[in-house]
Write a protein that binds this ligand. Structure first.
Ligand code: MN
Length: 350
């Protein structure tokens, strides 16, 4: 019995949907990350080689994490937004590594995807002819790699390198949220990857703005018990928000971090936790409420609130509310004090 018997059945169902169109258009979430990018690349290959249907992938927003920029540069990956003019009536649409109507995916107006492949928990609003959502997988890149392996499509060096980085960055080297299947699939494709490029991607040069933002972050971080909040103000790239949230979670005795930044008339928020029982996605959605959107999974989440302008006073209020709600949900009592990360004496949060 083939280890991929289940996946082969899925391939048959997926084939019918892909082949009902003349071309497959694959879309990933905004501010594309390695998991989304490599998943889209894998699907493009699967569609062209196994289903015989040409495919393209498109992403909105920019790639700003230094590692991710290094990835698209070293592997020569082209990231472009979907233009209305390039859509054809015979296209089929697939969404990878996210789900529609979650606020981090720009779909053409009125468009519902035909295919959704993701590892975030299934959302009620998600509807498509083909849905493969596996929240027990650490990365969508693992799901897509499994399809390629089951279809016996050769995984060439560039794609293997992208998928390895997709899986490893999403799971912090097969730790965070990873399952046995992630390690198994990673091991299967790792020999085909370019290990030197993988290492270069993981250790990129960092722009000066990174250090400036970090400086600001450290000076605006407040701790209460096992939780901390960092407020960045305006950032020059949206990815600084999750970068800082990741970094500050490494602080000893901290198991929850929230980072807030402002970019393009939006408040961006990232939550990280090391608590295995937590559901960071639902947690951040409850913080943001009806004012914005948020999504994620157990240990990490991202969200946004659109403001008229980020210099708007209501923007300050939203940020204050987010910080207070975050601490309150984690047991903060009125009148207790939040302590700045960098100084010893108790100074009230501003
Ligand atoms: Mn992912």
């Amino acid at each position: 019995m083939s280890p991929f018997e289940e996946v082969q059945k899925k391939l048959e169902q997926l084939k019918a949907v892909v082949q009902s169109g003349k071309r497959l258009v694959i879309l990933g979430h905004d501010q594309p990350d390695p998991d989304g990018i490599s998943s889209a690349m894998a699907f493009t290959e699967l569609s062209a080689r196994y289903f015989g249907v040409p495919a393209i992938f498109r992403f909105a927003g920019e790639v700003s994490r230094p590692e991710n920029r290094e990835m698209i540069r070293r592997l020569r990956i082209k990231i472009n937004p979907l233009q209305k003019s390039e859509i054809r009536p015979t296209d089929r649409f697939a969404v990878v590594d996210c789900q529609p109507h979650t606020g981090n995916l720009r779909l053409p107006e009125g468009m519902e995807p035909h295919i959704v492949i993701d590892h975030h928990p299934l959302r009620k609003a998600t509807k498509a002819a083909y849905i493969d959502v596996r929240p027990d997988y650490g990365a969508t890149a693992t799901i897509m790699s499994e399809y390629l392996l089951a279809a016996a499509v050769e995984i060439k060096t560039t794609l293997a390198t992208a998928l390895c980085y997709g899986i490893s960055s999403e799971t912090q080297h097969l730790g965070r949220g990873a399952a046995a299947v992630d390690a198994r699939i990673y091991s299967a494709i790792f020999p085909a990857a370019n290990q030197k490029i993988l290492s270069q991607i993981e250790n990129p040069n960092l722009p000066r703005e990174y250090f400036k933002t970090l400086n600001r972050a450290l000076h605006h971080t407040y701790v209460y018990k096992n939780a901390l909040v960092s407020t960045l103000g305006e950032v020059t790239a949206p990815d600084f928000v999750p970068i800082v949230a990741d970094l500050l979670l490494k602080c000893e005795r901290i198991s929850w971090s929230l980072c807030i930044g402002r970019y393009d008339n939006r408040i961006l928020a990232s939550v990280r936790t090391s608590s295995r029982k937590a559901n960071a996605g639902a947690f951040l959605r409850s913080l943001v409420g009806k004012r914005g959107t948020a999504g994620g999974h157990g240990l990490l989440a991202g969200g946004q609130i659109v403001c008229q302008s980020t210099s708007d006073l209501s923007c300050d209020q939203y940020e204050k509310d987010l910080r207070l709600k975050f601490f309150k949900k984690l047991g903060f009592k009125e009148g207790a004090e939040m302590i700045p990360l960098l100084v010893e004496e108790n100074t009230k949060m501003v």
